[in-house]
Design a protein around this ligand. Structure first.
Ligand code: ADP
Ligand code: ZN
Length: 215
């Protein structure tokens, strides 16, 4: 499948994407994961992105489009892709449309995962992420704890709270989302691609998406 996952931070895009990749071999492309990897490895991209990310601000569109232009042309994308955390602004959505047509592909749907704000706030403050950049498994202290406290079940690395998951950075990220990213629903509605799933359970979201893309 070739889809975009829209939804506020904490809406469950990453979890849903991981479940969907197992269905048909599509790759999950998370700009957040790519950026965190770049910061950790101290690359040029990472140095440019770091301060924006720590503050809960968006990284400039031109940096993001540079990443995506390369990433979408890698071989694994031929099996399909799930865009998680991209596009995040109307200019990114417009640039993506141009880019896809230039490289001879398109998207089937933009899935808007709609979750109430109080659920989101609770999820984000209780979220923990595996610190191993190759793994990045997501846990939740309430709903999906690690078997051994603070240690990833999958790879044994320490499980941490992300820098941008402090209460302050979270509320900034939600404001940024409402201002810059929420308007994308209208953009994709006009394109005839919007599919809204009203669900707080990842399983329900996944079955809604399966129906929409015909899997
Ligand atoms: P979230 O859990 O907020 O959805 P992500 O992992 O998608 O977080 O992104 C973390 C941070 O990386 C964002 O707060 C932002 O600074 C940056 N980022 C990720 N994707 C984009 C994008 N498409 N455009 C601009 N900035 C981005
Ligand atoms: Zn791990």
């Amino acid at each position: 499948m070739r889809i975009i996952l829209l939804g506020a931070p904490g809406a469950g895009k990453g979890t849903v994407a991981k479940m969907l990749t197992e269905l048909d071999g599509s790759v999950q492309i998370s700009t957040g994961d790519i950026l965190r990897g770049a910061v950790k490895n101290g690359t040029e991209l990472g140095k440019k992105a770091d301060s924006f990310m720590k503050a809960g601000d968006l990284v400039p569109d031109d940096l993001i489009m540079g990443i995506m232009e390369e990433r979408l042309q890698e071989d694994d994308c031929k099996a399909g892709f799930l865009l998680d955390g991209f596009p995040r602004t109307i200019p990114q959505a417009e640039a993506l449309k141009q880019l896809l047509s230039r490289i001879g592909t398109d998207i089937q749907a933009a899935i808007n995962i709609d979750v109430p704000r109080d659920v989101i706030l609770d999820r984000l403050t209780t979220r923990r992420t595996c610190s191993n950049s190759e793994c990045q498994e997501i846990y939740n202290v309430k709903t999906k704890p690690t078997k051994k406290e603070g240690i990833c079940d999958k790879c044994g690395s320490p499980v941490i709270q992300r820098d941008d998951e402090t209460t302050e950075a979270i509320s900034k990220r939600l404001d940024t989302y409402n201002e810059k990213t929420a308007p994308l629903a209208g953009f994709y509605e006009k394109e005839g691609l919007l599919f809204t799933v009203d669900a707080t359970s990842s399983d329900a979201v996944v079955s809604g998406i399966k129906g929409r893309v015909g899997l």
